[in-house]
Design a protein around this ligand. Structure first.
Ligand code: FEO
Length: 398
């Protein structure tokens, strides 16, 4: 049991999901995912912070009874209503019939919609800055809308300085025995933090920054997110990564995403990569968009400073996987990239320069050059690649 004790009277009671292939039906999770839930035991009453996916409700109940024995949960704090955390609310109500749901007004409406729980007596509605006493423990609620849904809030355990942060600072990856960062190798989780943030929360950088400003003066001894490890030793690193990503601040490196039906756009993309490497760029991630999952392409595009997109002309427009990729970046309002492009066409005048220029303008990403290939790379391609690479190297950090 000790492995799950965050601090005196605070326990991890979450569950692992190693069966779901696609989180949200979209994002591959080969390492699984954890749905984190926590018990806070006060001298007068006990709170459960967030629940778990509907399929894991019985396991959550087992975990709670391991901690509490016959003890009763009085409060269920709902920080976030996405069903990976709210799915077992009904299971909790069946197990603890007197349970009060602690949430904001918007979450209460969603609980009615999702789970048909509408009896207002069931709810304890909280607003920004409200507190709830559990006796010798006090929960304080901070509204953090759009991190990741509009009803999202965070809960702070005042006496122990523990922040229950919802999706913020979460990662993909099920937990392998240990729960707290000090007791595991954290690198795989930090790698997945980039993918989790960019895929799930990526669109809401401004909201994340607002949440950061609200939390600025809050002393934190542990961050208990809804996914991945509890951060104690690595709080600063978790905060820094999320802060940078939400400001669209990149790391040195270049992501190249291309589509290629017969290898010619791919050859141009490889030539760009070679030129960048010769110029001293050490991190270059190359994705064939027909093969790489969108999840990983988005993550690298978020993470690294440079972005090169290559597309053949397909039915007089962009190659479909590239079109999807550019739309995904638009949805997430990706900014601040050192941006170049490769376009390929075979017969009619290509629409790609117009399309890619329009996308770049909308995204406010100055296009530093576009390699235009007709059918297959030739001598002129080499010159164009050199020009694009030189332009990018002029702006990239190494
Ligand atoms: Fe893990 Fe937005 O739910």
């Amino acid at each position: 049991m000790k492995i799950k004790e965050i601090c005196p009277s605070v326990w991890y009671v979450g569950v692992n999901d190693r069966r779901t292939a696609l989180f949200e039906g979209l994002w591959p999770i080969p390492g699984g995912v954890s749905y984190n839930s926590y018990i806070v035991e006060g001298s007068e009453s006990i709170a459960l912070i967030d629940s778990v996916h509907v399929a894991e409700g019985p396991e959550l109940l087992d975990n709670i009874s391991e901690v509490l024995g016959k003890g009763k949960v009085a409060w269920l704090v709902v920080n976030h209503m996405e069903p990976d955390h709210s799915g077992s609310i009904s299971t909790m109500l069946s197990a603890f019939p007197d349970l009060k749901i602690v949430c904001n007004r918007q979450a209460a409406g969603m609980i009615g919609g999702f789970y048909k729980i509408t009896d207002q007596e069931r709810f304890h509605i909280v607003c920004d800055g409200d507190t709830l006493s559990l006796g010798d423990k006090t929960l304080k609620f901070t509204m953090t809308p759009m991190v990741h849904w509009p009803e999202t809030m965070m809960t702070y355990l005042v006496e122990d300085k523990v922040l229950f942060s919802g999706d913020a600072f979460g990662t993909f990856g099920a937990l392998n025995g240990a729960v707290i960062d000090e007791e595991m190798v954290v690198e795989p989780y930090f790698e997945e933090m980039y993918r989790y943030y960019s895929n799930i929360v990526g669109k809401y950088g401004t909201a994340v920054q607002k949440a950061f400003s609200k939390l600025q003066s809050v002393e934190i001894s542990a961050i208990c997110s809804t996914h991945g490890p509890v951060w104690k030793r690595d709080i600063k690193r978790a905060l820094d990564i999320t802060d940078r990503l939400s400001r669209y601040e990149s790391e040195p490196g270049v992501t190249i995403v291309y589509g290629s039906m017969y290898g010619n756009t791919a050859r141009a993309a490889e030539a760009v990569a070679e030129g960048l490497a010769e110029g001293g760029v050490k991190t270059i991630k190359i994705h064939d968009a027909s093969v790489s999952p969108m999840s990983y392409m988005i993550s690298d595009a978020f993470r690294y400073e440079g972005l090169v997109v290559g597309s053949p002309t397909y039915s007089m427009t962009l190659f479909p996987p590239i079109n999807q990729f550019l739309e995904a970046l638009k949805t997430r309002e990706v900014r601040c990239k050192v941006f170049g492009a490769i376009g390929n066409h075979t017969w009619a005048p290509s629409p790609l320069p117009t399309l890619i220029n329009a996308w770049a303008e909308e995204m406010k990403l100055p296009l530093l050059g576009m390699v235009k290939v007709r059918q297959a790379p030739d001598e002129s391609t080499k010159e164009q690649v050199k020009e694009l690479v030189d332009n990018m190297l002029g702006q990239l950090r190494r």
